[in-house]
Design a protein around this ligand. Structure first.
Ligand SMILES: Cc1cc2nc3c(=O)[nH]c(=O)nc-3n(C[C@H](O)[C@H](O)[C@H](O)COP(=O)(O)O)c2cc1C
Length: 191
């Protein structure tokens, strides 16, 4: 069974990106994937500093996060757009997990993996610009990013009172992205 790890680049309590990742996860599970949805709040990491890494190695939570990625066939990532790019929280986690330790292969967390990426914003572009930078980042470290991606604009108008995505069209699109990610990860893993 194909294994995916899913996370949002926001730890905000009422995060829109947490809301959309849950729908994509449901789509991947319906397609037969085993998905572990994590919250980066449970993996607090210091801001990367190479001197501290040299002195103390990779911190515990960063190593745990990296091991999850290493064990996965692919990822679902929902990212807020901060000033047209990805938030430091997300980049910092990706950076820590890119660091080699012990007998791990170079970029073991990323190479040969597949990612489905999405964004949500109250704005009219839905965070479309962060997807450009996130795609470039992931591709450069060896992760194949699905051509399909979703930027959910005016996301606050698409939620119910509990903060869950309620708009049928949006649910369909996000589930499809989750399904396609699971299917591509299965093909890549089999090849
Ligand atoms: C520093 C900062 C920069 C932001 N820049 C953008 C931006 O470039 N485009 C955009 O659509 N929203 C921008 N926003 C608004 C975020 O999209 C909004 O805070 C969103 O709710 C964050 O995602 P979350 O709900 O998952 O936490 C910015 C927010 C912050 C805090």
């Amino acid at each position: 069974m194909v294994k995916l790890v899913a996370f949002a680049g926001s730890t905000r309590k009422e995060s829109f990106n947490q809301a959309i990742i849950e729908v994509a996860v449901a789509g991947a599970i319906e397609a037969g994937a085993e998905v572990q949805l994590i919250n980066l709040a449970d993996y607090p990491m210091p801001m990367f500093n190479q001197d501290e890494e040299a002195a103390g190695g990779i911190p515990e939570h960063a190593q745990r996060f990296k091991e999850l990625l290493i064990e996965a066939d692919g990822f679902l990532i929902a990212s807020p757009e901060y000033n047209s790019s990805y938030p430091a929280l997300l980049k910092n986690a990706i950076d820590w997990a890119s660091r080699q330790a012990g007998d791990e292969k170079v970029l073991a967390a990323y190479r040969g993996k597949v990612a489905g990426i999405m964004a949500a914003s109250e704005g009219a572009l839905g965070g479309m610009r962060v997807l450009v930078t996130l795609r470039m980042l992931l591709e450069n470290i060896g992760t194949m990013v699905l051509p399909n991606q979703k930027a959910i604009a005016r996301v606050h108008t698409l939620l119910d009172d509990n903060g869950n995505v309620a708009d049928e069209k949006t649910i369909k699109q996000l589930k499809l992205l989750g399904k396609q990610t699971a299917e591509l990860a299965a093909k890549v893993t089999a090849s």
